[in-house]
Design a protein around this ligand. Structure first.
Ligand code: B4P
Length: 190
């Protein structure tokens, strides 16, 4: 079972590339953003709590997200691999993930970061906001908050995987298919 963390700032292409990876390799896609949005739509207590943070562009508290992921890993032991998309987003989440995987005899094979400049990210997110209905994609101030949260809380997660020799950075700008080819090479090499 090959487990990959897809990493990068909001709008880097994690969701876009995850969809292609799961189609090609038949992996399980675990997107904490998607899981949180589903909880919101279902109107659960967890979803309502998450909404306050998401709409401001802040991160949802670690304990909420970690519990959600633990349930998914435990329910899916027989898959070819897992693509973690948008998780871990803090060092505490990365440590919790390692612990959950180790308990199941599993590990992260590689973290793949998609590198994209900020102006392009803003452009992509505002464009998606026109049709996604996502409040956090429609307002530039909220988008800037998401970048701040990324810089302060999420960027250090890359160092966590660098220390384990599992980190690789790829260009995230340009043709989606070309970026996907780079990603496939990395997945197949580990
Ligand atoms: P996410 O749902 O993870 O949102 P995201 O980072 O914006 O998505 P992504 O990066 O996958 O989007 P993509 O580039 O594919 O998180 C939303 C919120 O949920 C967070 O702010 C936070 O509040 C909360 N949350 C989620 N996980 C959490 C966690 N672990 N802990 C705490 N809080 C958490 O797509 C962007 C756009 O770019 C698309 O329109 C796409 O078509 C386009 N695009 C992609 N690749 C392109 C390319 N190569 N060229 C041109 N356009 C491209």
């Amino acid at each position: 079972m090959k487990n990959i963390v897809l990493f990068g700032p909001p709008g880097a292409g994690k969701g876009t590339q995850s969809a292609k990876i799961i189609e090609k390799y038949d992996y399980l896609h675990l997107s904490t953003g998607d899981l949180l949005r589903a909880e919101r739509e279902a109107g659960t207590e967890l979803g309502l709590k998450a909404k306050e943070f998401m709409d401001q562009g802040a991160l949802v508290p670690d304990e909420v997200v970690i519990g959600m992921i633990a349930n998914k890993i435990n329910a899916n032991r027989q898959v070819n691999g897992i693509v973690f998309d948008g998780f871990p987003r803090t060092v505490a989440q990365a440590e919790a993930l390692d612990q959950m995987l180790t308990e199941n005899g599993l590990e992260i094979a590689k973290m793949i970061e998609l590198e994209v400049i900020e102006d392009e990210l803003v452009k992509r997110l505002l464009e998606r906001g026109k049709t996604s209905g996502r409040a956090d994609d429609q307002n530039e101030a909220v988008i800037r908050n998401r970048f701040k949260a990324y810089e302060n809380e999420t960027a250090p997660v890359a160092d966590y995987y660098k220390a384990q020799n599992k980190y690789v950075a790829l260009p995230g700008m340009g043709e989606i298919e070309i970026i996907f080819d780079y990603i496939c090479r990395e997945i197949e090499a580990c």
